[in-house]
Design a protein around this ligand. Structure first.
Ligand SMILES: Nc1ncnc2c1ncn2[C@@H]1O[C@H](COP(=O)(O)O)[C@@H](OP(=O)(O)O)[C@H]1O
Ligand SMILES: [Mg+2]
Length: 263
């Protein structure tokens, strides 16, 4: 009876199933040929998600990291924005659990549903039942910033120094935003390049849970644009956002290679 599932459940169930397929592929293939594993992972997950969405939601458009960009999405009312395998590099490294499957639904200018599967961590976070945020951070605890392990923006270290924060390197935008949702980090910041599919699903779950999510200049994250580039992002507990946006402005002002503001 899949046709009666609501959009939240469709996102959750498809991200979960794609994640299980990726786990099986990883177990079967091993890590001897990482490039082959990465290509197979991207393709297997994309093909599953694309065909399942075509079956379950035939009138909707799809924007996928691994699919051809169909411009029909620009006049569609509903667009599924998917990253079949976020953290592809980490997926191909033995023992790493920081990779994810992202499934989000955009409808008339807003993200409205989504799910992030973290298959190697055995969890799926979704808008069906967004995680519950503790009301306050333990007082006196050092702030923890999670950022890309392979492409951290240069300004992050100076931001951490300014805030007395610790930096936690991690792969996958989805895994990092889930780390904030699960209380393993307080802040995710990125700049220098990314695309809509890297953030849509974790951002809609983060917003449903009450986290702040914006561009690094504080403006809104906008999706289903003609150019899907969305190069920078800040996700954090809401009470930290004004301090962090000021800190980013400050370190960016002192560094011409700092974050480029929204344009
Ligand atoms: N400078 C950049 N330009 C383009 N994409 C970037 C980028 N930095 C990070 N990304 C993308 O953002 C996702 C998370 O990156 P990271 O693990 O470094 O934090 C990855 O998605 P994929 O794994 O889906 O390609 C990565 O490709
Ligand atoms: Mg990605």
């Amino acid at each position: 009876m899949s046709s009666i599932r609501n959009d939240h459940e469709v996102a959750r169930d498809l991200a979960t199933e794609a994640g299980q397929q990726l786990l099986r592929l990883r177990a079967r293939h091993g890590f001897e040929e990482p490039e082959v594993l990465r290509t197979l992972g991207d393709r297997t997950s994309h093909e599953f998600l694309f065909s399942a969405l075509g079956r379950l939601r035939p009138s909707d458009a799809v924007l996928s990291e691994e699919g051809a960009d169909d411009s029909a999405r620009l006049s569609a009312e509903r667009v599924w924005i998917i990253d079949p395998l976020d953290g592809t590099r980490e997926y191909s490294e033995s023992g790493r659990t920081d990779w994810a499957v992202h499934v989000a639904l955009w409808e008339r200018e807003e993200l409205v549903a989504g799910a992030v599967a973290l298959p190697a961590q055995g969890s799926v976070l979704s808008t069906v039942d967004p995680p519950w945020l503790p009301e306050e951070r333990p007082s006196g605890q050092r702030l923890r910033i999670t950022s890309s392990r392979t492409r951290p923006p240069e300004f992050v270290q100076r931001m951490a120094t300014q805030l007395g924060a610790e930096v936690i390197p991690m792969g996958s935008a989805g895994a990092k935003i889930c780390a904030v949702l699960l209380g393993m980090a307080d802040i995710y910041v990125h700049a220098g390049g990314q695309y809509e599919w890297d953030s849509a699903a974790p951002v809609v779950v983060a917003q449903a849970a009450g986290l702040h999510a914006s561009r690094v200049d504080g403006t809104k994250l906008a999706y289903n644009r003609a150019d899907p580039s969305l190069p920078d992002i800040l996700v954090c507990r809401p009470e930290l956002s004004s301090t962090l946006l000021a800190s980013i402005r400050d370190v960016a002002d002192r560094d011409s290679t700092g974050p480029h503001t929204a344009g």
